[in-house]
Design a protein around this ligand. Structure first.
Ligand code: G6P
Length: 470
């Protein structure tokens, strides 16, 4: 039995088959893992999640000092719960309908049954009075299901992605069930205050509970708090890695392999339609075509981490981006000098640090993003206060990293201007901006995020200053 139980759709590692047929493990993709792993290491707990694939083995095991409880998933559940409801409905709906969400009743049924299995697993592993911290949009029904099974637990929920305005959330045929699922938690955490406000407003309108500021009062006397806890990264860990001489020499090696251009632009994203990869490459290519810089002066390195490849929209996006890269390189590249270096692959953290170190301008242009940890990782590695960040206003990180070159990714001309400004900036100007951003990132690291969430979770209902409304 465990005193801290993390429940997330994914384990921090993916199960893979090694060439000799035995099982191996590889760090799984995405910001969530990066954020929660350090918390797990400092609190002895267990992490419940899916190890990828369809293996039915649910034996507890440890990897790298972490206790892990794998949840199996059938091929049908992967299709209906994971690719379908989670990533074909909730993901686009919560990201401001960047693509059209689909509402299918069989997807919903699978979402309910998979959420129930996660809740049952958590109920079976949590010690009396334990804290259970449920993560992200795939598991929004778990808090209430778990409370029904184990009223003794303290339950927190954290949404890593945006929570949409009521006007969009209302489209969801199961809007009330999702709200009620979340209200099973004592504390519901969001990236930004606006998301917490969207949630409280929806609870008042759609479920009819009384609310006051960030509190929801349930008829059974329980209080639920909804508040913002902007997530961050292990800033020191990233900086230490960036200072490693091996990383530094790898960074130099990469720059040389690129032909030692004066300026390297870098994009690093899961290959996702929310990330604005297409628009950013187009903007870069137009600036180059207009002669602001040539291929000897500047190149763009775009790392696109494979993601959700069975989902139709992701396949379409991959084709579109790869066609665009081909066209740009065909138009602007020279022998041995493509304008865009495109890599469809994921890399270990040390290689990522080397990429951040060698890049002069990091370009992060999502149409909507809960936080975007890549932006913060880049800043953490710039210990010499050099480099520039071009950042979308629609990433949660923009609320903290005000000294970035902020852009509206729907505005191609505005984005072109920001790329030119970052390219032309004097070292003094860049260093002033980076210094301020580094201060923000190093002061608010992931440990502070987790500590403040867990502290607030332990306090809900214990010292309410506000009188209950009658
Ligand atoms: C985002 C989500 C995570 C998710 C990750 C990777 O960061 O907030 O919940 O795990 O993307 O996506 P995947 O579908 O591969 O788990």
């Amino acid at each position: 039995m465990f005193d801290l139980v993390i429940v997330a759709n994914r384990l921090p590692v993916d199960r893979i088959k090694l060439p000799d047929g035995s099982n191996g493990w590889r760090t799984s993709p995405g910001g969530l893992v990066t954020a929660i792993e350090p918390v797990m290491r400092s609190n002895h707990g267990v992490w419940i999640g899916w190890p990828g694939g369809t293996d039915g083995d649910e034996e507890l095991f440890s990897a790298d000092g972490l206790d892990l409880a794998p949840m199996s998933m059938s091929a049908e559940e992967i299709e209906l719960f994971y690719e379908g409801f989670s990533n074909g409905c909730l993901w686009p709906l919560y990201h401001d309908v960047v693509v059209k969400p689909e509402f299918h009743r069989e997807w919903w049924d699978s979402y309910v049954s998979v959420n129930r299995r996660f809740a049952e697993k958590a109920a079976s592993l949590a010690a009396e009075g334990a804290t259970v911290w449920v993560q992200d949009y795939q598991l929004q029904l778990v808090p209430q299901m778990l409370r029904d099974l184990r009223p003794d637990l303290r339950i927190g929920f954290y949404l890593h992605i945006p929570f949409p305005p009521a006007e969009l959330f209302q489209q969801l045929p199961w809007r009330r069930q999702i709200l009620e699922g979340l209200l099973g938690a004592d504390l519901v955490g969001f990236q930004l205050p606006g998301a917490a406000q969207n949630f409280v407003r929806l609870v008042r309108q759609r479920v009819g509970h009384k609310t006051h500021r960030d509190l929801v009062y349930l008829p059974d006397g329980r209080t639920v708090r909804a508040a913002a806890f902007p997530i961050s990264i292990d800033a020191k860990g990233f900086e230490d890695m960036a200072r490693d001489p091996e990383v530094e020499s790898r960074a130099e090696e990469i720059r040389e392999a690129l032909g030692s251009p004066r300026t390297v632009f870098l994009g690093v994203d899961r290959l996702d339609y929310t990330k604005g990869i297409f628009a950013r490459l187009r903007a870069f290519s137009e600036v180059m075509k207009e002669g602001h810089f040539g291929v000897e002066d500047a190149v763009f390195v775009q790392v696109a981490v494979p993601s959700r490849e069975q989902v139709e929209e992701y396949r379409i996006l991959r084709d579109e981006i790869e066609r665009l890269v081909g066209r740009i390189n065909g138009d602007l590249g020279e022998i041995g000098r493509p304008a865009i270096h495109y890599l469809h692959s994921s890399y270990p953290r040390a290689e990522m640090a080397a990429l951040y170190r060698m890049a002069d301008i990091m370009v992060v242009t999502p149409y909507r993003d809960g936080m975007n940890l890549v932006a913060k990782e880049y800043v953490a590695t710039r210990f010499e206060n050099d480099g520039a960040l071009v950042l979308s206003e629609f990433a949660g990180a923009a609320e903290e990293l005000r000294q970035a070159y902020l852009v509206n990714p729907h505005d191609i001309n505005g984005m072109k201007q920001a790329l030119r400004d970052a390219y032309d900036a004097s070292p003094k100007e860049s260093s002033k901006r980076m210094k301020a951003m580094r201060k923000t990132v190093t002061q608010n690291d992931v440990k502070a995020w987790a500590d403040s969430f867990l502290l607030a979770l332990s306090q809900v209902g214990t010292h309410e200053k506000e009188p209950r409304p009658t």
